[in-house]
Design a protein around this ligand. Sequence first.
Ligand SMILES: NC(=O)c1ccc[n+]([C@@H]2O[C@H](COP(=O)([O-])OP(=O)(O)OC[C@H]3O[C@@H](n4cnc5c(N)ncnc54)[C@H](O)[C@@H]3O)[C@@H](O)[C@H]2O)c1
Length: 340
Amino acid sequence: MKVLLTGILGYIGAFMGEALQEAHHRVTGLDTGYYARSVLYDKRRAAPSVIHKDIRRVTEEDVTGYDAVLHLGELSNDPLGQLDPTLTHQINHAGSVGLAKLCKKAGVPRFIYSSSCSVYGTGNGEFKDEQSPVSPQTAYAECKARVEREVAELADDRFSPTFLRNATAFGLAPHFRFDLVLNNLSGLAATTGEIRMSSDGSPWRPLVHVRDICRAFVCALEAPREAVHNQVFNVGDTKENYRVREVAEIVAQAFPGCKIATGNGDKDSRSYRVSFDKIRQALPGFACAMTALDGARELKDIFDRIHLTRELFEHRAFIRLKQIRHLLATSQIDHQLFWN
Ligand SMILES: NC(=O)c1ccc[n+]([C@@H]2O[C@H](COP(=O)([O-])OP(=O)(O)OC[C@H]3O[C@@H](n4cnc5c(N)ncnc54)[C@H](O)[C@@H]3O)[C@@H](O)[C@H]2O)c1
């Protein structure tokens, strides 16, 4: 299929571009490039071509002629979303709904949206599934929920949106992020010898390897239309729900000799445990291949090979909020996050 992939220069997107090419799809990327140079290790193969553009400035012409648009290009986490919640709404909510409307107008039959399990927000350890009410706790999660609702209303015989609610990603990918829980704790283990959680470790988080997210997108893209038309799927594995302190213990297994420490006791209101049964049933080709422990061991191996230093671990290139603050402070982007 001919596919447009937004967010292709990000953590998940860079891998997704490769996964789509390996599955013999013709891929064009679209990305504004906030983290384009955030490369932890060299990529193996040639990347697809990229349209350097903000999703808020995409035209009907940009999306015409594609069989599917896979939409990942947004501000990608809670702290970044809190930097300026109004702006988060402009990009993640209005920008994404606008893109979906353009796709429908241009006759793109499939639209796959990279949503998040963070829409579930809070819980007492009960499993949330796709029927559970959402309870977003941050601007980022609120935008995800609103995009799902509003894009679902566009669905008709010619336009099939699908909403993939990813668990929290981890694992090795070229445009790396250290601001994701397992990657962060692994970086701390490697560079300080101490696995220090930022909370008391009690919140629940479902985890999924970045490559498994890519597999889920490819499966959804290739599934018969009726299996995915206007459907929501949680992306992950029910066995991979952990409390943050359990994630720390897994990291300690992969980085022997490290101490575990709790944070300053701040209560993280975000806690959700998620069922991933629906995707297994609806997309039989999909199953997660990587556990959190596999991911932590893979990170230990690459950190050893590249001699990860504290400086590199803390570098803005791998922490989304730090990089955006740097681009703003150096006037490379304006207060609307457009390039100057
Ligand atoms: N990483 C996770 O744990 C996770 C979990 C659930 C959902 N998601 C979602 O998956 C998507 C990708 O996440 P990621 O971890 O790869 O994030 P990322 O920050 O690494 O990548 C996002 C990419 O989108 C681009 N982008 C941001 N705003 C843009 C704009 N206005 N116009 C064009 N491009 C823009 C960035 O330049 C970047 O390359 C995001 O939508 C994120 O919310 C991620």
